[in-house]
Design a protein around this ligand. Structure first.
Ligand SMILES: [Zn+2]
Length: 85
């Protein structure tokens, strides 16, 4: 098994939080270059949208972006259910 990349972690976070993930959350997971990871995931075929952070309980010094997954391409083999053995 290979070690998950930061892009894998970013994708997992996006899947876990359909309401969106604020940029500051990625910083908490030590992914300061999350914007570059979004670019990689988009190139891999993931549809990632972003909007201004509108979480009312967030207080930011400067405007932040919230990233979220739009519809996933159907051919992405994210969930493999083949039995083994
Ligand atoms: Zn925020």
């Amino acid at each position: 098994m290979s070690k998950p990349t930061q892009a894998d972690l970013v994708l997992t976070m996006l899947h876990t939080r359909p309401e969106g993930v604020c940029g500051t959350a990625f910083l908490q997971f030590h992914i300061p270059r999350y914007a570059a990871r979004m670019g990689e995931l988009r190139e891999a075929g993931h549809k990632i949208g972003k909007r201004r952070c509108d979480f009312t309980w967030h207080v930011h010094q400067s405007p932040q972006w919230v990233y979220f997954l739009e519809d996933e391409p159907e051919q992405m083999p994210l969930y493999r259910t083949e039995a083994t053995g």
